[in-house]
Design a protein. Structure first.
Length: 257
């Protein structure tokens, strides 16, 4: 149902069983797939694509222009998958031309109130961002990561799968997969063991990741020598250990220690 006070451009593509609440605005060029619910006073800007059965709460700004000084009004995109929950006052910005032209959210993400996702971010699936979490531009968040309340992540950083970043943490380097990070400037505090167990990681996988963590981050070896030691160990046969090393190898901002 579209509320009579909502302003929906005739050139917007609205799927079946979509609800659009009072005083919300949906611009031309927007597509909203079936079963999605948009609350009151939401603005959905041109270039936004929203998947199936998402829930967008009141006062959100979805698909606004990027906060980038080089942006000159070029057509860019915000692509959102299915079953996402976007809580009150969240701001999600479109991509920029220099950053690839699109911001992407996967499926089943839970973005809590007052969070911000800037231009050209790439968010995976089942990511949780607690209240007031803030992402600068060009950030990659892998699947199942958790970003605590009021955490702030510097542009071009990456947060690995199943990692957890504590509230009030400032992140200026990449957070490796499967780890916990906290502090005024993020430091690692071991594996996210509770999260791994909740996601039914096997005992063998957790033991292998713990050993890899000790070698890479607590052995005193240089990063290059530590990673070589892991590669030569039997634990390297575990795919999740391989992903940990690949993540580190592709770092451009450096790895949080």
């Amino acid at each position: 149902m579209i509320h009579p006070t909502a302003l929906v451009d005739p050139k917007a593509e609205i799927g079946e069983n979509v609800d659009i609440g009072p005083y919300s605005v949906v611009e031309k060029g927007v597509s909203i797939d079936e079963g999605t619910k948009i609350g009151p006073h939401v603005v959905v800007r041109e270039g936004t694509q929203i998947g199936k059965r998402c829930q967008i709460y009141q006062f959100c700004s979805i698909g606004e222009a990027p906060q980038a000084l080089a942006y000159r009004g070029e057509p860019t995109l915000l692509q959102m998958g299915d079953h996402n929950i976007i809580r009150e006052y969240v701001t999600l910005h479109r991509g920029s031309v220099k950053g690839g032209g699109k911001t992407v959210l996967g499926n089943e993400n839970f973005i809590m109130a007052y969070s911000h996702i800037a231009h050209d971010c790439q968010i995976g699936n089942q990511v949780v961002m607690a209240n007031g979490a803030t992402l600068g531009g060009h950030i990659l968040i892998e699947d199942y990561a958790i970003i605590g309340g009021l955490a702030a992540i510097h542009q071009f950083c990456r947060v690995g799968t199943y990692a957890i970043v504590s509230g009030l943490t400032g992140v200026v380097q990449d957070i490796p997969p499967y780890t916990m990070a906290a502090g005024d400037r993020a430091k690692l505090y071991g594996l996210n063991s509770v999260g791994l167990k909740r996601h039914q990681f096997s005992e063998q996988e957790i033991k292998a990741l713990k050993k890899a963590y000790r070698i890479i981050f607590r052995s005193g070896l240089t990063l290059e020598k530590a990673m070589k030691a892991v590669e030569e160990d039997a634990i390297f046969q575990i795919p999740k250990v391989q992903h940990l090393l690949q993540f580190i190898q592709h770092s451009k901002r450096g790895i949080c220690r």
